[in-house]
Each structure stands twice: as structure tokens, then as C-alpha cells.
Design a protein around this ligand. Structure first.
Ligand SMILES: O=C(O)CCC(=O)C(=O)O
Ligand SMILES: [Fe+2]
Length: 296
């Protein structure tokens, strides 16, 4: 049987304890309500999106047969689709769910993200990111039951995941369990944690895993390589920051030898160069930006 993999849940965590007790030993952690004081937690509603980003061309994803299909749609139409789907669900009518607005640059949708998140302590991130950390954030908006299949983050970055509203259920496995999850295409896994088909994927039975539900205001930390499957329990808005330390950036370059795609290595090299040569994040960002729209 699988053995336990514990995730600490805290009501408060200082940046220093975060670095020493979680980042350094590569332990995941959830900080409940860490976003509560930020205007983003209150202001970033569906109505706000309709008013301020209705014309934004939303890049939506569906996972089909081991691949990803991307479609474009104006945000206002996407919000209509979500409304229709959630209404139908609430009255017991089943419909094909809308696709998932998945992993797009946060500031392209929330132009005032830096201001609306300014009260989140920026020293959760290495000082290199400074006040520019929101420019590295990626957002996720999807209907109830949206799923991101099991994977690890493709640059082997640290991940701080911010749940703005709605709930998501994360199933986490440490990187050492990768081979028990039947990986393909560098970062994806064949096994479906919700329906693991043990006869086809027998190694998964013994894989250590943890389940944690994040809700409004919660922040989840995942160390580099953490395998995660994410299921939205409600219509949900989230964002994350994939970030490096000096050490993970170097490891991210050396991962070329372990099969990391060359494009990923390039993005890691940019951050490594920036961090080790003291080139400010805002000067690296123009080159790194393509990663924020990179589907892999
Ligand atoms: O929220 C999701 O559906 C996926 C999140 C994720 O994969 C990430 O933050 O890296
Ligand atoms: Fe991820």
C-alpha cells in the first residue's frame, strides 16, 4: 500500500520560516488565508473580469488523448459559457464543461495585479524577483470539475500556488515517485489519480501521495519536481508563480542531461544568468516572457 506523505497546514508562516523549514528541505506546505489581506482576494470577481478584461483573447485548453488542444475565445464569451454551465449544473442538468483558461500570464488579464497583490510579502520569493514577482505569475480560471492531469512543472521550478476563490483538490506525489506514475513527454503522467487502473499501472499502487484541498485565500507551496493532479471542486480562480532559487536554476539547466527539452533549458539558463550575474528580473523578463505563453 502507499505510505503517507504529509503536508503541513499553517495559519501563518513567516518568509524566513518558509525558506528554512520548507524551501530548503523541499517540503510542501499550505498557508491558509495568506492572500486574505490582498485587494485581489476581494476584487477579482467574475464581474470584474467581464468589466476589465472582456475583450481579452482567452487561450483555453482541453486534454484529449494524451495531447492538449488549445482554442481561443473572447473572455466575455468564455464567462458566458461558464455561467451557463454552472447554472445548468446547479439545476441538475449535465453539460459538456467549457475548456480551461489555463496557465496564461496573470498581468495580461489583471493589469493591476502588482497593486492588488502588493500586501503579499514579496520576500517569500528570492530577492531577485523583487517587486516584479507578479510579472512571473500565471493564472487559471475554470468551471467546476476542471482537471489538470498529473504532471510536474516543466522547468523544475519551485511553485507558489495562490487560490483566489473556489476550491481545488491537489493530489501531490514527491518527484521520486515519477517512475510509478508512468511519465511521458518529459512532464506528464499517464496514470489518472482519480481512476488509477491498477491493472494497467500497477506501480502506482505503492506510490506515496497526499491530498489537500485549497480554498479562498490559501497558498500552497510545491517544491521542484512535485507531481500534482488538480481538480476544481468549484468554479475557481487561481494563479501561481514558477520561481527559481540560485540553486534550482542551475539544476534546471543541468536537467538537460535528464531529458529536459532544450527550450525549457533555455528559460532556466536565462533565470540562472540573471540570478548569478545580478541582472535584474525586469531586464530578463522580455526574453523569459515567451515561457509564460508556452504550452508544453
Ligand atoms: O490549477 C490547476 O489546474 C493546475 C495548477 C498547476 O499545475 C500548477 O500550479 O503548476
Ligand atoms: Fe503544474
Amino acid at each position: 500500500m502507499s505510505t503517507a506523505y504529509e503536508i503541513d497546514e499553517l495559519a501563518y508562516l513567516s518568509p524566513r520560516d518558509f525558506a528554512n523549514s520548507y524551501v530548503r528541505p523541499a517540503r510542501p506546505v499550505v498557508v491558509r488565508g495568506a492572500l486574505d489581506a490582498c485587494p485581489a482576494a476581494r476584487d477579482w470577481t467574475l464581474e470584474y473580469l467581464r468589466r476589465n478584461a472582456g475583450a481579452y483573447s482567452a487561450s483555453l485548453k482541453r486534454w484529449i488523448g494524451g495531447g492538449i488542444r488549445v482554442e481561443q475565445m473572447p473572455m466575455s464569451d468564455y464567462l458566458d459559457e461558464i455561467d451557463r454551465y454552472e447554472d445548468a449544473k446547479n439545476t441538475g442538468r449535465e453539460q459538456e464543461p467549457p475548456a480551461y483558461l489555463h496557465d496564461v500570464p496573470l498581468t495580461s488579464v489583471f493589469s493591476r495585479a502588482a497593486r492588488d497583490l502588493a500586501s503579499f510579502p514579496r520576500d517569500f520569493f528570492p530577492s531577485w524577483y523583487g517587486a516584479d514577482w507578479t510579472s512571473f505569475a500565471q493564472m487559471f480560471l475554470g468551471p467546476t470539475a476542471s482537471v489538470t492531469p498529473l504532471h510536474f512543472d516543466c522547468l523544475l521550478t519551485h511553485n507558489l500556488f495562490f487560490q483566489v476563490w473556489g476550491r481545488k483538490r491537489f493530489t501531490l506525489l514527491p518527484y521520486r515517485e515519477l517512475q510509478r506514475c508512468y511519465p511521458y513527454d518529459w512532464r506528464w503522467c499517464e496514470v489518472d489519480v482519480e481512476d488509477p487502473a491498477h491493472d494497467r499501472y500497477p506501480l502506482f499502487r505503492d506510490a506515496t501521495r497526499a491530498v489537500v484541498v485549497v480554498g479562498p485565500g490559501d497558498v500552497l507551496y510545491m517544491p521542484p519536481g512535485t507531481l500534482h493532479h488538480v481538480k476544481s471542486l468549484d468554479c475557481a480562480l487561481s494563479f501561481n508563480v514558477d520561481w527559481h532559487t540560485k540553486s534550482s536554476a542551475i539544476k534546471g539547466v543541468l536537467a538537460l542531461a535528464r531529458g529536459m527539452p532544450i527550450e525549457n533549458v533555455y528559460y532556466n539558463a536565462l533565470v540562472a544568468l540573471g540570478m548569478w550575474m545580478n541582472i535584474p528580473a525586469r531586464r530578463v523578463l522580455p526574453y523569459y516572457k515567451a515561457y509564460l505563453n508556452y504550452v508544453s
